[in-house]
Design a protein around this ligand. Structure first.
Ligand code: HEC
Length: 144
């Protein structure tokens, strides 16, 4: 059982790793940060689907998705630190004018994700509100 959970976890990590940025991005630095956002999206989706009853609740899967989301959130500042752009990028220049504030918003997501109680469906339901709010808080200021 333990081993099975581990194998399943590995599968999820691979799925997360396959999340890809939008077509046509050519700047590799921008592609990397878009790929990171897709990892954020995929893992938020796993938890969100459980919360919405679109997927059965599975505590082990929820914990894996949470760990991947926390790790991805923690990686946001490093991936966005270089001020790079691309014709398809939706990043606003304000990111680099107010990088401390941007970083604080990444931290809010990291904390909201870490606070999700993945042991129960009610915990996931309660925890996803603040997670979603932290996506929105950053996107409304820093994403076109
Ligand atoms: C600290 C700021 C920040 C937080 C928090 C954040 N995002 Fe983003 N996100 C961005 C920025 C900036 C972009 C645009 C990047 C670009 O186009 O260069 C983006 C882009 C995206 C994209 C598009 C990626 C692509 O392929 O172009 C998705 C999907 C996404 N975010 C999902 C999420 C979700 C879901 C959450 C919350 C769980 C979240 N983001 C939290 C800043 C943030």
């Amino acid at each position: 059982m333990k081993l099975q959970a581990k194998i399943f976890g590995l599968g999820l990590v691979l799925v997360a790793g396959m999340a890809v940025a939008k077509d046509g991005v050519t700047n590799p630095v921008v592609k990397e940060r878009m790929d990171l956002m897709q990892v954020v999206r995929v893992n938020t989706g796993t938890l969100g689907d459980m919360a919405a009853g679109k997927a059965p609740f599975d505590a082990a899967r929820a914990a894996e998705a949470q760990a991947a989301l926390v790790a991805a959130a923690a990686d946001i500042p490093a991936k966005f630190e270089p001020e790079e752009t691309d014709p398809v990028s939706e990043a606003r220049p304000e990111i680099w004018m107010m990088f401390d504030e941007f970083t604080a918003k990444a931290k809010s997501l990291e904390e909201a994700a870490a606070a999700v109680d993945t042991a129960s469906l009610d915990g996931v339901k309660a925890g996803m509100g603040p997670v979603g709010a932290s996506c929105k808080a950053c996107h409304s200021d820093y994403r076109m």
